[in-house]
Design a binder for this molecule. Sequence first.
Ligand code: CAP
Ligand code: MG
Length: 421
Amino acid sequence: MLEYIDLRYRPGKDDVVTQYYAEPDGVSFEKACEQIAGESSIGTWTAISTMNEKIAKRLKPHVFYMDKKSGIIKIAYPSELFEFGNMPDILSSIAGNIFGMKILKNLRLEDISFPKAMIRSFKGPGFGVNGIRKLVKKRKSPLLGTIVKPKVGLDPEQHAQVAYEAWMGGLDIVKDDENLTSQRFNQFEKRVDKTLELRDKAEKWTGEKKIYMPNVTAETNEMIRRAEYVKSLGGEYMMIDILTVGWAALQTMREMDLGMVIHAHRAMHGAITKNPKHGISMLTIAKIARLIGVDQLHIGTAVGKMEGSPAEIEAIEDEIEDDLIHPNKSQHVLEQRWQGVKPVFAVASGGLHPGLVPELIDILGTNIIAQFGGGCHGHPDGTRKGAMAIRQAVDAELKGIPLPEYARTHLELLKALHKWG
Ligand code: CAP
Ligand code: MG
C-alpha cells in the first residue's frame, strides 16, 4: 500500500511543488489527499500488482502539508515523473484526471513551483519587459494601446484607418481583438498589409515608434504561416489567444524563434479561473505562460469590466515580472526562483477609460501596458480624440495633476470624463 502523506517531508530542489484547494465528497480529507497525489502521479483507485518498491521509492509524491479546515494541500512531486520541456505532459499529471474524480466536490490548482532544471527546459520570453521597452523606445511610462473595435465587422481598409487614428492620437500600440482572425470580409493578409502600411505612415508623421499586434490565432501550421507573413512585412509582433490555441501550439510558436514579440490574450481563462473553489488560478496560468515564453500577458485591470481582485492581479504582476531572487518578498503561495527567465510585461485591458487611469496606476504602477478599446473609440469625438484623451490622462497622472484640473486645459480629456466619469 502506497502512502503519500508525509508531513515531515521537506520539498527538495528537484521537486515540482503544487498547492491545491480540495473539498472531498463522501470521503475523509486524508483519503482525498491520497487520491489526488496518486492519480496525479503513479497511482490509481486500487492497489496494483504491477507496482513495486523501486518505482514507488523513485517516483512517489509527498503530501507534505494538509489543512482540513482551509482545504489546502501541498504536494511535492519528484521531477523525474515528468518529461522536461513538455507542458502538456506536466499538466496531464498535476492538472489532469484529478479534476474529474468523483471523490471531490471541488478542486483548484492554486499555485505551482517548478525546479530550476525544469525552468531551463523551456525557452521563456524572448523579449520580456526590457526588450519591449527598447523596441518601443519608451523607458518608463506605461505603454498605451487600443483594440480596434468593433471586435469584428470592419473591412481591412476601415480597420487600418481606425488603427491610424489611434496612433495619430498618441497611442503606442494597436491590436486586433481576440475573435478577429481571418474572416471572409477581413482577411488576415489584407488587414496586415493595410495596417502596417498606415503604421509606417503614422511613424513618419509622429516620429514615434508604433506597434501593430495582429492576431495570428489559428491552427498551428496556419499560425506559423501568418506570423511569418507579418515578419516578412516588417511586423515585430504576433498576438495569440493562448488558451484557445492550447499550450502545445503556443510552445511551438515560441520554439520557432521567429524573433517576434508574443502578446498573450487570455480569452477563455474565466472558464478555468473564475470559480474560486474549482479549476486553475490565473497565477498558475501566468507562470506557465511565462515559462513557455510569452512576452506580454493579459492579467486583468482590477478597475475595469473583467474579473480579478486588486490583490490577485498585483500578485500575478509581481510574479511575472520577478526576475530576481527575493526570498522574503514574495506574496505568492509558493516561491519560485526564475533564475534569469525574462520578466513578462503585464497587460491591463477590459473596460478601461481615461477616468480610471489614476486608480489603475495606483494599483499596478507604471510598468504596464494599458489598453483601451471602448474607452478610446467610444469618445464623443471619435478614435483620434479618444486616444488623445487617454494620453492626456496618463500625462496628468505622471505629473501628479488631478484629472479634473488637467481637463480644464485639455478638451479631449474633459469630454471623456464627462462621458465616463
Ligand atoms: C478590451 C478587450 C479585451 C478584454 C479581455 C475586449 O476591450 O479587448 O479582450 O478586456 O479581458 O475585447 O474586451 P475594452 P482580460 O477596452 O473595450 O473593454 O484582459 O481581462 O482577459
Ligand atoms: Mg478583446
